[in-house]
Design a protein around this ligand. Structure first.
Ligand code: GUN
Ligand code: ZN
Length: 435
């Protein structure tokens, strides 16, 4: 970050985290009257106003938001920016949805102007929802990744993205080859990984659309670049699981295919993880690979119910994703809403504190970015949001009756969406303000 911004302080309620609220007493910290101090795009301090007011010099600009809540910006760990315009496309499950809507839609990203246009709109949507970092799939076209990174760089956002790899079982017009996918990904890593706030993710779409040769090549790139991210889908749908068993005979499980090719490790993020077994969960926990739970998508496509209890028992890193266009909302608040209901269906209770943690500091920790984003700790990048408890008449009435910070936050998770996001800041600068 090259910008030099003078010191600004924001006074509001504050939500910060010291650890996973599910396992750490006092993991979530709620400050009734808090102060966040930011300078040159980074957090200087965050805590009680009474403790930090002495740091307000004459030069400090003070922004007051009485009654509002400042929290770290949301992290969406699984989304497809090219699917923005095809959100809410009805189909009888994942595989017909891919054939009918997804592949034809992704074809149009061969046009760089179209890709640039959708990338801008996508970022507008994320910021309106309070999402400051996303792990996004692009399409098979390398230019679709350039378009996303260029748009993100211009707004100084921290985004993780990658060109999709797929060299079989998809229309001819969307295919790369093991060699071209390797070369294009290597060039994109050289061009974008760690350039400013941009980070690259190797993106084999899912095992069925890659030949063993392509997965082998992807694993080789992953070994060359241990700090590059990896993103794919696993065990989302029962027909898909059967298909993988046919395509890759001799593997213990679907997840084992990825492990075989060296794609299970820290910074590897797998969407869905619904139909895993206990051995799979143990392998994810041991390797540090992350499950991205995408409840709005899983319900919309009828994929199944993610098992929070088993994930917790296995000690497997978990974060939340919207999975738009399979998912039905860009809002991480709406994603929490449906995550809560899915957890209830499997006998697990997700508190509001934990859902906010999963969408911020917990996601950052799972991604190995805990000192950088998802936190208001001094030195972190100042990506944060301002939530409005009076965003709608109903939210105002419910939050007014809340008996505890937990209940107050829970109302946001159940009733909130982009309307609840008053402002979104990226690297200390306002990137969105609600109309
Ligand atoms: N599996 C392979 N591709 C996709 C995709 O685009 N969306 C979802 N939800 N699952 C997938
Ligand atoms: Zn997906």
């Amino acid at each position: 970050m090259s910008q030099q911004d003078k010191r600004t302080a924001f006074r509001a309620k504050l939500l910060t985290f010291a650890g996973d609220p599910a396992t750490t007493a006092g993991g979530a910290r709620f400050e009734e009257d808090g102060l966040l101090i930011v300078e040159d795009g980074r957090v200087v301090a965050a805590g009680a106003y009474s403790a930090l007011r002495a740091q307000l010099t004459r030069e400090t600009k003070l922004v007051q938001w009485p009654g509002k809540l400042i929290a770290p910006g949301f992290i969406d760990t699984h989304v497809h920016y090219p699917q923005t315009e095809m959100i809410a496309s009805p189909a009888a499950g994942l595989l017909p949805w891919l054939d009918t809507y997804t592949f034809p839609t992704e074809r149009s990203f061969e046009d760089p102007e179209h890709a640039a246009n959708v990338a801008e709109f996508f970022l507008d949507q994320l910021l309106a929802c309070g999402t400051t970092t996303a792990l996004t799939y692009c399409t098979v076209h390398p230019g679709s990744a350039d378009a996303l990174f260029e748009a993100s760089e211009a707004r100084n956002l921290r985004m993780v993205a990658g060109k999709v790899l797929m060299d079989r079982n998809c229309p001819e017009f969307l295919r790369d080859t093991a060699q071209s996918g390797y070369d294009d990904s290597a060039a994109l890593i050289a061009r974008w990984h760690k350039r400013g706030r941009q980070l690259y993710a190797l993106t084999p779409r899912f095992a069925p659309t890659s030949t063993p040769a392509q997965l082998e090549a992807c694993g080789a790139l992953a070994r060359l670049h241990p700090d590059v991210f990896i993103q794919s889908h696993v065990s989302e749908n029962t027909d898909e699981v059967k298909w993988v068993a046919d395509l890759f005979p001799g593997h213990r499980s679907y997840l084992d295919v990825y492990e075989h090719y060296g794609l299970l490790r820290r910074r590897a993020v797998y969407g869905h993880c619904i139909h895993l077994d206990d051995d799979d969960r143990a392998r994810m926990a041991e390797t540090g690979a992350v499950a991205s739970h995408c409840p709005t998508s899983n319900l919309f496509l009828g994929s199944g119910l993610f098992d929070f209890e088993k994930a917790k028992q296995a000690g497997m890193p978990v974060a939340l994703g919207t999975d738009v266009g399979g998912g039905t909302s860009f809002s991480m608040l709406q994603t929490m809403n449906e995550a809560h209901k899915v957890a209830r269906m499997t006998g697990h209770h997700l508190t509001a504190s934990r859902m906010f943690w999963l969408a911020t500091a917990g996601a950052a920790r799972a991604l190995g970015l805990e000192d950088t984003i998802g936190t208001l700790r001094p030195g972190a990048e100042a990506d944060f949001i301002v939530l409005d408890p009076e965003a709608t008449p109903l939210l105002a009435r419910r939050t007014a009756l809340a008996q505890s910070p937990e209940e107050w936050l829970f109302a946001f998770a159940m009733l909130g969406d982009d309307r609840a996001v008053l402002a979104t800041y990226a690297a200390g600068r306002e990137a969105h303000r609600r109309a």
